[in-house]
Design a protein around this ligand. Structure first.
Ligand SMILES: *Cc1c(COP(=O)(O)O)cnc(C)c1O
Length: 491
């Protein structure tokens, strides 16, 4: 059965999966959503014995119905290969009674690789399908990990260019170094004087600027997005939740909970979609850091971004506008684009919106909480000392919130914690948490020491930036983003 995608802000828009991937953002600033969430056809007991790639095919074919089997299998095989440092792709490790779904074994050691290693292949296939001959220009704002994962995915891919904007003072030194050492003539990395939300807003403005888009079209370019709003990122993220359900329950009927360290709400939305597909997932635990706008939203029904932006040790979650939440709002509004559009307009105009009681009732399956900096560090410390398990700061926010969830509810169901980055990407914070900090040592030295203390080897993507040359030097103000783009594209 063919599945179409509609716009969360305009019910008259209807496109195929490949068109949704190509367009990235829908019209009027809306997001693409499937008109119905398909039910998983193959029983979990059958999936339990399958590889990650096989499960990926069974899930993705239901969402990307205009891709042929050959095309989709080719995309999957090209993405989930030796770029990952383990055959399982997303291994599950038990520690202190929780199941850590490690999503950081790809090319850049963060969970963004799960989707961004396949997105370029989906995009190129989608372009061919729609007879697009323009060069695709990926514009991306990053809070740290997306940037490098997108660069790694697109570098050297023919028919594409990629431009990444990151907050100059809002990413870790290793994250920054990973990006500015990116090779490839088709890549540009730009630091901005501003935070992630400002970078994201700047990118969104370029997408919807008619003059800029017309000029680009004339020059043979077409903008697309690698941000987590793209359907081509959302769908591959559903896969690992199905994978985890298959591996952990084997189709026994047992239910599990899922905890996700959340920023832009893309990862947890994928878990929600997996649940809608019929996966035996009970509660979805949304873990925030001190930028706890989502915790407040789940507790009060009011989304309020008017607050101080806090820089934390989990920078990929330092976000006040969680773009993907819009897809959930749309759904709990009864797939009502007009209602959703009204709320999103309020968010743009006033920074606040309030959902109705009827909408709130559908959020029972979510549990929101947050962990402050001290709790995050204490969690890294205790899991390492007591269970011998080393985790990064983002995963630690989730593990800390999981502790609060169990204390609040007494629910000890089998629980998957999405483990989103290698501890070596945030070495300084991790070392500080396990009382091995040394302010005088640089990050690579600390990484060597962390490897020695923990017995966990430094992942290759991080080890390899040691001697890599810095090739990107551009830094600009927020209002200079467009000129920088035009300059790179010589237009
Ligand atoms: C992006 C990211 C997150 C947040 O994921 P969202 O989909 O934006 O909610 C959490 N942890 C890490 C390490 C990330 O890179």
């Amino acid at each position: 059965m063919e599945l179409f995608y509609t716009n969360t802000r305009d019910s008259s828009e209807r496109v195929t999966a490949s068109q949704a991937i190509l367009n990235g953002l829908a019209g009027k600033g809306g997001l693409y959503v499937p008109t119905a969430i398909p039910h998983l056809e193959m029983p979990l007991s059958d999936l339990a014995g399958k590889t990650y790639q096989e499960i990926a095919y069974e899930v993705m074919r239901l969402f990307l119905t205009d891709f042929t089997e050959e095309e989709l299998r080719h995309c999957i095989e090209s993405a989930y290969d030796e770029k990952f440092d383990c055959q399982e792709i997303a291994p599950i490790r038990e520690a202190d009674g929780a199941y850590f779904l490690e999503l950081y074994h790809g090319a850049t050691a963060a969970f963004k690789d799960m989707a961004l290693s396949i997105l370029p292949h989906l995009l190129i296939t989608a372009a061919k399908k729609n007879h697009i001959t323009d060069e695709i220009v990926i514009l991306t704002a990053t809070s740290g990990d997306t940037g490098k994962a997108a660069l790694a995915g697109f570098a050297g891919v023919e028919g594409t260019k990629i431009i990444v904007f990151y907050p100059k003072d809002g990413v870790s030194p290793i994250q920054e170094r990973q990006m500015v050492t990116q090779q490839g003539d088709n890549t540009l990395v730009v630091g901005i004087h501003g935070n992630f939300d400002e970078a994201q807003t700047g990118v969104k403005q370029m997408f919807s600027d008619p003059k800029l888009n017309a000029d680009m079209a004339k020059a043979g370019y077409r903008f697309s997005s690698a941000n987590s709003i793209n359907v081509g990122r959302l769908v591959p993220q559903i896969v690992y939740y199905v994978y985890a359900c298959a591996k952990l329950t084997g189709g026994s009927g047992e239910h599990i909970n899922v905890v996700v360290p959340t920023g832009n709400f893309g990862n947890i939305l994928a878990a929600y979609y997996a649940r809608c597909m019929g996966m035996p997932i009970d509660r979805l635990v949304c873990a925030s850091n001190e930028n706890k706008v989502l915790y407040d939203f789940f507790s009060t029904g009011v989304y309020d971004r008017n607050r101080e932006f806090v820089l934390t040790s989990s920078p990929s979650m330092d976000i006040l506008i969680s773009s993907n939440l819009e897809r959930l709002i749309y759904r709990i509004a009864g797939d009502d684009a007009a209602e959703n559009e009204k709320l999103m307009r309020q968010l743009t105009e006033t920074g606040v919106y309030k959902i109705t009681q009827k909408m709130r009732e559908q959020l029972d399956i979510f549990y929101g909480n947050f962990a402050d900096e001290a709790e995050t560090a204490a969690t890294i410390h205790s899991y390492f000392k007591d269970a011998g398990y080393l985790m990064d700061t983002h995963t630690a926010v989730a593990a800390a919130v999981y502790g609060k969830y169990v204390a609040d509810t007494g629910d000890r169901k089998k629980t998957v914690i999405a483990s989103t980055a290698s501890p070596f990407k945030f070495t300084r914070s991790v070392m500080k948490a396990i009382n091995s900090d040394d302010p005088s040592a640089d990050d690579m030295t600390l990484a060597d020491r962390l490897a020695a203390i923990s017995g966990v080897p430094i992942p290759k993507p991080i080890d390899s930036i040691r001697d890599a040359a810095v090739v990107h030097h551009t830094v600009c103000d927020i209002n200079e983003m467009e000129p920088v783009v035009r300059d790179f594209l010589k237009n």
